[in-house]
Design a protein around this ligand. Structure first.
Ligand code: NAD
Length: 258
């Protein structure tokens, strides 16, 4: 029997990037996966179909409470009221601004997706996890959930706060047998990190090559593969991590060690 056979898994931000890889892996390991994203996750659904997996989707902007409520109704119908795993992966980078130049609406928008959106999605999906009598939530934070980074205060603070949300939810749900953990990845190979490197190079007055090298300068001297993040998320939502809750695991090639 496959590891996630007969399990209902919800992945936000599943149309692209790491979320796509996470969703595909759950489906490959037997789960029925509901893909939640701003846009129709056509490519992800095609990949899952080609892997003989099962998926469905709900279009939802997680910065909007009403859309989240409607998404949860749709998820309840698709999953017969029972969810085993929620992966809160959707996230927004924010722009590059020092705090002295920070625009309040930019700050608020980043927090509304990364922090408030994650809280609201959790709030709406938790009843389906409770119905199931056991389950797991995995929040995708970041290495900057544990350190500062100039020009990115909105993103950084949203990810630090996500770890507070993770620990609090872990305590609130412990008696329901729902475990809540987070991952803190370093820069992940893909389109998004290339855009970020370019954005930082521009504001910090460096070449893209210099900035790339600086970001790769961790003990392992490389970025993280999306599959390496996916593997840890599946571990945190499987019985292999049955005594772990409220944890924030670093996946940073040695950049962070506590
Ligand atoms: N890429 C990295 O280097 C890196 C490093 C550390 C942490 N992370 C975190 O990993 C997660 C995934 O990042 P990624 O690199 O795959 O990003 P990405 O930009 O490639 O993909 C993000 C997905 O989320 C969706 N999304 C964005 N805003 C949304 C919203 N308001 N409502 C619903 N869906 C929304 C997008 O449509 C997209 O499909 C994010 O939480 C990010 O902060 C990424």
């Amino acid at each position: 029997m496959k590891r996630f056979e007969n399990k209902n898994v919800i992945v936000t931000g599943a149309a692209a990037g790491v979320g796509q890889q996470i969703a595909l892996q759950y489906a490959t390991e037997g789960a029925f996966v509901v893909l939640v994203d701003l846009r129709k996750p056509e490519e992800t659904m095609e990949l899952i179909k080609n892997a003989n997996g099962k998926s469905d989707f709900v279009i939802c902007d997680i910065s909007d409470e009403n859309q989240i409520k409607a998404m949860a109704v749709a998820v309840g119908e698709k999953c017969n009221g029972k969810v085993d795993v929620l992966v809160n992966n959707a996230g927004f980078n924010g722009k590059a601004n020092l705090i002295k130049d920070m625009n309040l609406s930019d700050w608020n928008y980043t927090l509304s997706v990364n922090l408030t959106g994650t809280m609201l999605v959790s709030r709406e999906i938790i009843p389906f996890l409770i119905n199931n009598k056991s389950g797991a939530i995995v929040n995708v934070a970041s290495n900057v959930g544990k350190r500062g980074l100039p020009y990115r205060s909105d993103y950084v603070c949203s990810k630090w706060a996500l770890l507070g949300l993770t620990q609090t939810l872990a305590l609130e749900l412990v008696d329901e047998k729902i475990r809540v953990n987070a991952v803190c990845p370093g820069p992940i190979d893909g389109d998004r990190v290339e855009e970020l490197v370019k954005m930082h190079a521009e504001v910090e007055g460096q070449s893209v090559e210099q900035m790339h090298k600086a970001w790769e300068d961790v003990p392992m001297k490389r970025f993280i593969d999306p599959q390496e993040v996916t593997n840890v998320i599946l571990f945190l939502s499987s019985n292999d991590s049955s005594a772990m809750t409220g944890q924030a695991l670093n996946i940073t090639g040695g950049m962070l060690m506590n």
